[in-house]
Structures are given as C-alpha cells and as structure tokens.
Design a protein around this ligand. Structure first.
Ligand code: F6P
Length: 541
C-alpha cells in the first residue's frame, strides 16, 4: 500500500467523506450560522470564501493533518531555500527567488542567486524603457511598434496570459503578438500587415532547442532578411532572446548583449516573472512589472509563513485533494468573471497539469490513488451560456473556482454590477440549488418538475479581489503555484519535471525524417505506417 493511503489522516478522511457525502450544503449552512466567517481567509489582496465546499471542521482538521503527515511545511521550506527538490533533473525550483527583494539571500550551490535576478531585471528595464521611449531603433532607423514573442508552453502561455490580463495597463502604441504553433499559419497571421523594420522578435525559449520555437524563429529571421536584402546586421536590431542556453542563442545569430538570461532552477511553467516576462515588461512598463513581482512575493510570504489553517494556497490545494481523491472528481473548472483573464484557464492548464500529471511517486513506485485533476474553464458569463448546464445538472461533481473583482478597470453603465451579480448567483445556485417543492410552487407542470430541479450541493470557491492590478495578478498566479505544490506534496510526486512530453517530441522528429525521405522503410505499428503513407501520398512525396 502506498504512503499516502497508509497514513492515518487518509483513512480518517475516507470516513469523513462517507459522512459528508450524505450531507447537503444547505444543512451545513443551517447547522453553522458562522460558517462564512469561519471559512473565509484573506491574503495578499485576495479573499477566499470556501464556505460553499462540502467540508466541516472535522474534515478540514483531517486535511490539515494530512498536510502535516506528508511534511508539507518542511518540503515547502526546502523549496524556498533552494534545495534540489526537482530531483529527477537535479535542480532547485526557485521561482520564488525571481520575485525576492534585492536584499534577500537565496543560495544555490552556495551562490546567492538574488543579485543575478536583479541584474537581469535591470537589463530588462533598460531595454524595455528604450523600446517604449522609441530610443531603440530598427535597422532602418524607425522606432519599434510591433513586438512578436516567439515561444511555446511556459515561454508563451505566461506572456500571453499576462498580456491579456494586463492589457489595460499596456502601451497601446505598441502591438504585441504571439507565435507558438509550428503550424505556419500562426507565424503568417502574427506578422500579417507588420513592417519588418518596425518589428522586434523576442525568441523565448528556456532550452533554445524547442522545435516549434526554433522553426518559427528561423522563419522570422528569413522574413526580416527578405525585407532588407539579406543584410544580417538587421538581426541585432530586431531579435532578442530569453534563454538559459546562451551558447545556442549566439549560434542562432543573436548577440549576447541582446540575450536576457534565466536559470535552470526556473521551470518553464513557472517562468512568466523571469526574463520570459520581457514582453510583459515592454507592454506595461518596468514599474508595473515590479508591482506584479511584489504581488507574487506577497503570496509567497503568506504561503511560507501563515499557519496551514490560515494559508490560502494550502487550503485550495487540500480542497483539490479532497474532491479528487475522496469524491472522485476528475476536473476543476476555473471561471474568471473578468474578460481580461480569458487566457488564465489555459495558463493554469500547463501550470497544474504539466506539474501534477504524474503517476509515479518520488521513490519511483506507481501511485495507487489519482493525482492531478484536469483544469479547464472560460470566462463567465460566456461559460454560463455554454457548459454550465453540465455543472448544474449533469452527473459529475465539478468543483469550481470563481474569480472576480470589485471594481471594473473601465466602468461602463451597469456592466460591473451585472457581472458580479452573475458570479455570486452562480455560486449560490450551484450550492443550494432548487428543490422540487420550489419548482412546484413556481407552478411547473408535474411532468417538468424533475427537469427543473437543481440538486445543488455543487462546491465552489469564491476568490475576490479589489481590482485586476499587476500585483493582484502576481498574487493570483503564486496562489495557484503553491496550491499545485501542496497537492504534489500530498501525492508524493515531483511537480517540477515533465518527462511525459519527451516521447512525442522524439517520435515527431523520427516521423518528420520519414516524411521528408519518402523512400525510407517504415517500421512503426500498422496504423502509424498507414498515416505516414497517407500523408506522403496526399503531398505527392
Ligand atoms: O514541452 C514541454 C516544455 O518543455 C515546457 O515545459 C516548456 O515550457 C516548453 O516545453 C517550452 O520549452 P522552452 O522554453 O525550452 O522552449
């Protein structure tokens, strides 16, 4: 039997589940008039109301006991202090150092990494100021008006999400575009209508070897050079790189002076506040970027210092464990009531699922419990007119994270009141539903009553903040990062590697070779061989 199941709190939680599974949230609210006060916590500008979860004091106690039994606090401290917690890659996981104040001391292999972090921030600041002010000129002497970030995974999703989330703070004279897909249409659409001599490409890649990114970067260089008679000197004015692999950057033709470094202890999905955030800094300016880092740091400090019972990321992480491992929930819906957060669910998918999509424990043995949930979502209210039906009346239990802000960035008539009314109402409807008696009292014909009943008892968190600021975004991302870490500790898995993406990459290279050398004998399974042959024929190879 595996570690998690052998420890007492796990068994206690099974008993609590058996008890709470029969209780309705209506009853839990009736039994405890102070439930909301009891189950609301605030930190780093965020207020988490988790009273509409199917928990009570005893089950929560057991969840915190579980966190203690797996030594969450010690493992958290190990991560913060720069230990090589990503042991399969022999690396620290020190994204928290990216937002540490300049006077902090965080050692990796005996070297304080904080001065290097701040040196790169200063380099980013100087460069983004120059681009924003027009001092940085393209090779023909024109100022830069278009920024195209080329990257994929963590080198794309964070910058895209932050660009959308903080669009209100962005310099509207600059157009930001993003290329990630190896599908050539992504690149072609991104540069459509742009003047090459006003366009800056940011090649963002931790490894600087990723097939998609390097293919797109080469197409970008060809596109630029085609516009200036092949004058290679143009590259220096129109390309910068964000990477840990500075030799590969140089080999590509980008001068070291135009490279912004980060380090192997920054995971791709934890990198939006490293040099990978350069496009964000250019868009919103260095002071706002620093505000975002301060928001991250405020949540880091909360996670590091608050007792588990008061700790937002711990509570959110344990609730995911509660539903996934005890109620059998397979997914978590993330539903921001803020259009600017429209890419936040996509961002979270990499953060949560690349981190916790693991089935092997740290000791190499297979788990015998479920691990990371499927995260998905769309902004409300759009989702309400699409998939919410299934959350309300379907057969699956889908815990929801609702995210909303008190103040609109762009007040407009009644919009904000109606937006907030919707998110609050959805959480209410999911929790309390509508009984058959209520439906009958509304005059529904008997045959329709079962169709119109809402069982309720569907759990949700309500995450509220004052306004979508750079700081609020930073603390929100850090909240989820540490929630992911909390879950990984309970499941005893390494949330910082991603070996599961490797096989597909290897096979794609092999298949690409076979497609491009049509005489090559195919030695795959019959289905794969047939697909390659079909494509060769379709392309006339
Ligand atoms: O394929 C997975 C992955 O390694 C991610 O973890 C990473 O964010 C992405 O690819 C991009 O990698 P890189 O920044 O090295 O190009």
């Amino acid at each position: 039997m595996s570690t998690a199941r052998r420890i007492d709190p796990w068994q206690a939680l099974q008993k609590h589940h058996a008890r709470l599974d029969k209780l309705h949230l209506r009853t839990l609210f009736e039994q405890d008039p102070r439930r909301v006060q009891r189950y609301t916590r605030e930190a780093a500008g965020w207020r988490l109301d988790y009273s509409k979860h199917r928990i009570d004091a005893a089950s929560l106690d057991a969840l915190f006991e579980l966190a203690r039994a797996v030594q969450l606090e010690a493992r958290r401290d190990a991560m913060f202090s720069g230990e090589k917690v990503n042991f399969t890659e022999h690396r620290a996981a020190l994204h928290t150092a990216l937002r540490a104040p300049a006077d902090a001391v965080i050692l990796v292999d005996g070297v304080n990494v904080v001065p290097e972090v701040h040196a790169v921030l200063a380099q980013m600041r100087a460069f983004s100021d120059a681009v924003r002010s027009g001092a940085w000129r393209g090779h023909s002497g024109r100022p830069i008006r278009n920024i195209v970030n080329i990257g994929i995974g963590g080198s794309d999703l964070g910058p895209v999400m932050a660009h959308e989330a903080l669009r209100w703070y962005g310099d509207r004279r600059l157009a930001l575009r993003f290329v990630s897909n190896i599908d050539g249409t992504d690149f072609q659409e991104a540069v459509r209508g742009l003047r090459p001599d006003e366009t800056l490409f940011i090649v963002a890649s931790k490894t600087f070897t990723t097939l998609e990114t390097m293919t797109n970067a080469h197409s970008a260089r060809d596109w630029l050079l085609a516009s200036c008679g092949g004058d290679k000197r143009a590259v220096a004015r129109h390309f910068v790189a964000l990477s840990t692999n500075l030799d590969a950057v140089e080999a590509f033709g980008i001068a070291r002076a135009n490279a912004f470094a980060f380090w192997d202890w920054v995971g791709g999905r934890y990198s939006m506040d490293s040099a990978i955030g350069l496009s964000t800094m250019i868009a919103i300016g260095a002071p706002a970027f620093m505000d975002m880092l301060a928001g991250f740091h405020a949540m880091d400090e909360h996670f590091r210092q608050a007792p588990l019972e008061q700790n937002l990321p711990v509570i959110m992480g344990l609730l995911n464990v509660w539903y996934g491992n005890f109620f059998g929930s397979e997914t978590v819906a993330v539903l921001p009531y803020a259009q600017y957060l429209k890419r936040f669910p996509a961002y979270l998918q990499q953060l949560t699922m690349e981190s916790n999509g693991k089935s092997v424990r740290r000791d190499g043995k297979r788990v015998d419990y479920t691990t990371g949930a499927v995260f998905w979502g769309e902004p409300g209210t759009n989702g309400q007119h699409s998939f919410y039906q299934l959350i309300h009346q379907g057969t699956r239990l889908i815990p929801c994270d609702f995210i909303a802000f008190a103040h609109a960035l762009e007040p407009l008539g009644r919009h904000q009141d109606l937006l907030l009314a919707n998110v609050i109402a959805q959480a209410e409807a999911l929790a309390f539903g509508k009984s058959a008696a209520q439906v009958r009292a509304e005059g529904a014909p008997a045959a329709l009553v079962p169709h119109k009943v809402f069982e309720g008892n569907r759990p949700s968190s309500l995450l509220l903040a004052d306004k979508l600021t750079p700081a609020a975004l930073g603390s929100l991302v850090a909240l989820y990062e540490h929630s992911v870490f909390t879950q990984a500790c309970v499941w005893d898995i390494n949330p910082f590697d991603q070996w599961g993406v490797e096989l597909g990459k290897q096979l794609a290279l092999r298949v690409a070779g076979e497609i491009e050398a049509p005489r090559k004998r195919l030695q795959h399974d019959a289905s794969t061989n047939a697909a390659i042959q079909w494509y060769r024929q379709a392309r006339g190879h």
